[in-house]
Design a protein around this ligand. Sequence first.
Ligand SMILES: [Cu+2]
Length: 287
Amino acid sequence: MRLRRFRWAMAGTAVACVAGLAACGPTDDSGAGARAPVTFTATEYAYDGPESISGGLTEIELVNAGEQAHALLFMGFPADKTLDDVAAAVGAATDGSAGIPEWLTFPGGIGGIAPGGRASAVLDLAPGQYALLSFETAPGEQTPDVAKGMLRALAVTEAETVATAPAADVTLDLADYSFEMSGTLAAGEQTIKVVNQGPQLHEAIVMRLADGVTAADFVEAMSQQPPPSGPPPVTAAGGMGPLSLGASGFVTLDLEPGRYMFICFVPDAADGAPHAVKGMVKEITVQ
Ligand SMILES: [Cu+2]
């Protein structure tokens, strides 16, 4: 089977968006939520939010005030690199002309959410400089948000307070190429601790499946060359962005009953194919 190299984290591509799927409140006051969340508001194609924050366990909130699905992914980069270097590196990793460079670090982020949506995650941010970006695409388009300018810098300074981790309802382990969840997800607000057991980079994007569509159907459709016209029968519902090996983060989802999938679009280190086509997709039912 010849696989189209579909876009890294194309998750929200051409999604028929339904508002309110990923609404999330603040996390437990005993955890990182004791400090006010750091909010970024997404529109086409920019983020409004602070330019510098203090690090450590930090609650990040994404508000999608745009007309399309958008994500908020974090990528750390060293002092001798620039935002342009990050843009070039992710562009090359996306089109398959190069692998993901060793100098990028991945503390996670918030997967694509629908217009009008709101989602939160608690990330462990080491001091340094980060790129904030989104790979979502407008309905019927192939150009990801990042190529339209949805990329900005965030400086993270030393932690000012020692935050404790929020309580998690379930743990989700990511590995080559699987999702292993410690329990089941109920409807309503749930916090998932996501851990990348590696060895590769992985993410846990959450998408709601339309009636009658399976995760396997979605992966099959994405593998067609040329890709099918029309929007895929899924809706962006958040999730955790790419995590480096050994990294973890907490993502809060507020799910309605229905069928969803966890899916990883990270390009494989060996052949650049998205991990989803190597089996890194898991269908779940929320009751
Ligand atoms: Cu993966």
